[in-house]
Ligand binder design. Structure first.
Ligand code: ZN
Length: 372
C-alpha cells in the first residue's frame, strides 16, 4: 500500500531503533507546539503528581485528559463499583467491567494503563474522608474533583486551602453544570461562593434529574483545561519561579448547559469573612471522619464504613455460606446476596449495600454478616 507521506532517500537510512526513539519523542509534540504550554510547561506537567477523587463520569474524562497529556503521577480514588448504568457517560468503563462489578478505581487504572505514556498510576478503591485525605494527597500539586457529593468537596476545599494546593471543582447534573478552579490565596475558594453545604436532598442530583454524556464531557473538559494550565505554570513555593499559582490565570465560576447552549461566567473573587480562606477555619477537615452510612447518588445503594479492624474476608465467606443466598469470594472483594440485596465487602471493612436506599436495612444486613 503506498504511503500518504512520501519517504525519500533522506529517511531511508533510519534504523528501526532510531524510529522507535523518534516516535517516543513525538508523543507530546502537538501540545509542546502550543506556545502557552511549550517544553517547559510539558516538563512541569510530567513532574507533577495529581489526586483525582472519583473516577466515574467527570473523573473518567479528567483522567484520560491528564494521562494522554503525560502528567507525572495520577492517584485514582473511587469508592464505587462499575454498574451497567454508568456506561453511557463513564468513558473508562466497558460492559465487562460492569458484568464483573469490579471497583471503579481498578477498572479505571486498567483502561488508562493501556493508553501508555509516562504517567505513573495508582488506584485506591476507598471512600475519601478527613482521615485518609492527608495521606492520599501528600505531595500532590493539584486535586481534581470527580466526586458526586458535596461533603467530599467541602473536605477537599478545606485541605487544599490549608495546604496551599490548587484544586478544580466540577459538578454536573441533567444537561449542565459548574466549574470553578480554586487557587488558594489568589481566587475564591468553594466557601467564598457557597458558604455552607445546602441541606441534604435540597439540590437536584443525577438520581432525580438524570444526566447526559455531553454535559459531563463539557464540564470535565473545562476542568481539564484549568488543570493543564495550573500544572504547566510556575508553582511558586520552594522554587525560584513566580511565587504564585498559575501566573496570569484569573479563575471564574462557569455555568454551562449543553442543551440550551447557555454559558454564564461569574467572577470568583475572594470573599472577606470566608470561614475557610479568610479565617482559617477548617471545620470539615478537623471534624472526625464520619462513619455514618451514606446513600450513594443514583445507585439505590448505601455505603457502610468499616470499623477500626480489618475483616477476615475468607472467614466471613465461609460463615456466610450457610445462610446467604449466594457468596462469591473474589479475593479482593466479597460479594454476598441476601433476599435480592447485594452486599459488596472491601478489605478495609467498607461495604456497598445494593438494592436499597434505606440506611437501617443496609446497616442491619452489614451487621448480620460482619457480626458487628
Ligand atoms: Zn474562601
Amino acid at each position: 500500500m503506498p504511503s500518504l507521506i512520501p519517504l525519500g532517500p533522506k529517511w531511508s537510512h533510519l534504523s528501526p531503533a532510531k524510529f522507535i526513539v523518534s516516535a517516543s519523542d513525538t508523543r507530546f509534540d502537538r501540545q509542546i507546539r502550543f506556545a502557552a504550554m511549550g517544553e517547559q510547561g510539558q516538563a512541569r506537567l510530567q513532574s507533577a503528581r495529581v489526586l483525582l477523587v472519583g473516577t466515574g463520569a467527570l473523573g473518567g474524562v479528567l483522567a484520560q485528559n491528564l494521562v494522554r497529556a503525560g502528567v507525572g503521577e495520577l492517584i485514582l480514588c473511587d469508592r464505587d463499583i462499575v454498574e451497567l448504568s454508568n456506561l453511557p457517560r463513564q468513558v473508562l468503563f466497558e460492559d465487562r467491567h460492569a458484568a464483573a462489578k469490579i471497583p471503579k478505581a481498578t477498572a479505571a487504572l486498567e483502561t488508562l494503563a493501556r493508553i501508555g505514556g509516562p504517567t505513573k498510576l495508582r488506584a485506591e478503591a476507598c471512600h475519601v474522608d478527613a482521615e485518609n485525605l492527608p495521606e492520599l494527597a501528600d505531595g500532590v500539586q493539584l486535586v481534581l474533583d470527580g466526586t458526586d457529593n458535596l461533603a467530599t468537596r467541602y473536605l477537599i476545599n478545606d485541605w487544599c486551602v490549608a495546604e496551599d494546593t490548587p484544586w478544580v471543582y466540577g459538578g454536573v447534573v441533567g444537561s449542565g453544570g459548574l466549574v470553578l478552579p480554586i487557587l488558594p490565596g489568589q481566587s475564591a475558594c468553594l466557601r467564598c461562593i457557597f458558604p455552607d453545604p445546602p441541606p441534604a436532598g435540597s439540590l437536584p442530583t443525577c438520581d432525580s434529574a438524570g444526566v447526559i454524556a455531553p454535559a459531563v464531557g463539557t464540564i470535565a473538559s473545562m476542568q481539564a483545561g484549568a488543570a493543564l494550565r495550573i500544572l504547566s505554570s510556575a508553582r511558586g513555593k520552594g522554587t525560584a519561579e513566580s511565587p504564585t499559582h498559575a501566573p496570569g490565570m484569573t479563575p471564574k465560576l462557569l455555568q454551562i448547559d449543553v442543551w440550551t447552549g447557555s454559558l454564564l461566567t461569574v467572577d470568583a473573587t475572594r470573599r472577606p469573612g470566608c470561614p475557610t480562606c479568610d479565617e482559617g477555619n477548617f471545620e470539615f477537615l478537623h471534624a472526625a471522619a464520619t462513619r455514618d452510612p451514606v446513600v450513594l447518588c443514583g445507585r439505590n445503594t448505601v455505603q457502610i464504613s468499616g470499623g477500626p479492624t480489618k475483616p477476615d474476608l475468607g472467614a466471613i465467606a465461609q460463615r456466610s455460606a450457610a445462610f446467604a443466598d449466594d457468596v462469591q469470594n473474589l479475593g479482593v472483594l466479597l460479594r454476598i446476596t441476601d433476599s435480592g440485596i447485594v452486599l459488596t465487602l472491601f478489605p478495609d471493612g467498607r461495604a456497598l449495600v445494593e438494592g436499597t436506599d434505606e440506611v437501617d436495612r443496609a446497616r442491619a444486613l452489614y451487621d448480620r454478616y460482619l457480626g458487628a
